[in-house]
Design a protein around this ligand. Structure first.
Ligand code: CTP
Ligand code: ZN
Length: 157
C-alpha cells in the first residue's frame, strides 16, 4: 500500500477504505469536532491498491455505535471498521448497506405519512441503487438521492 504514510495507533478505531473525499462526512456523522480531545488522524485521497484512492480516519480511544456504523455505510459503502487494541487489529468488519433501511433519513416528501406530526410512522426505505446511493421510501415511493442523504446526515441539525 505504498509504505507507511500515517502513524499506527495503540487503541481506538480505524475507519479504512472510505470513498476518497468523504472522510469529513464520516467525522460529521460521528459528531467529531476535535474539541472532544481524542487524537484523530485523517488522510484524504491517498493511494490504495484496492480502490484507487481512499480516505482513512483514525480515532484514538473511541468505539463506534451500531447506529453510527449504519450511517457511515451510506456515505462510505466500502469502509472497513478496524478495532485496535494494544496496537493490534482485534476486529475488522466491513460496513453493510442492507436492502432495507429504517429511519436514518427523512423522506423528502412533506406529505409522506412518515412525516406526519401526529402519528408518525418509522420511515422505511428500499436501497434501489448503491453507487450512487438512492433510497426509495416504501410508504410514498419517493426517491432520496445521495446528495440529499449526505446533506441530511452531515448538515447542521
Ligand atoms: N492500523 C492502525 N494502527 C494499528 C494497526 C492498524 O492505524 N496499530 C490501521 C492500518 O494502518 C490500516 C488499518 O488499521 O489502515 C487496518 O490494518 P491492517 O488490517 O493491518 O491493514 P490491511 O491488511 O491493509 O487492511 P485491509 O485488509 O482491510 O486493507
Ligand atoms: Zn415517503
Amino acid at each position: 500500500m505504498g509504505g507507511i504514510r500515517i502513524v499506527k495507533i495503540k487503541d481506538g478505531t480505524v475507519i479504512d477504505h472510505i470513498r476518497a473525499g468523504h472522510a469529513l462526512e464520516v467525522l460529521k456523522i460521528l459528531g467529531i469536532t476535535g474539541k472532544e480531545g481524542n487524537i484523530v488522524t485523517i488522510a484524504m485521497n491517498i493511494t490504495s491498491s484496492k480502490i484507487g484512492s481512499k480516505d482513512i480516519v483514525k480515532i484514538e480511544n473511541r468505539t463506534l455505535e451500531e447506529s453510527e456504523v449504519a450511517k457511515i455505510a451510506l456515505v462510505a459503502p466500502d469502509a472497513t471498521i478496524n478495532i485496535i487494541e494494544a496496537s493490534e487489529v482485534v476486529k475488522k468488519t466491513r460496513v453493510k448497506l442492507p436492502d432495507t433501511i429504517f429511519d436514518v433519513v427523512r423522506c423528502p416528501n412533506p406529505r409522506c405519512i412518515t412525516n406526519k406530526e401526529r402519528e408518525p410512522i418509522v420511515a422505511k426505505y428500499q436501497v434501489v441503487s448503491r453507487f450512487p446511493v438512492v433510497l426509495k421510501c416504501l410508504y410514498c415511493w419517493n426517491l432520496v438521492e445521495e446528495e440529499d442523504i449526505i446533506e441530511q446526515l452531515t448538515g447542521p441539525s
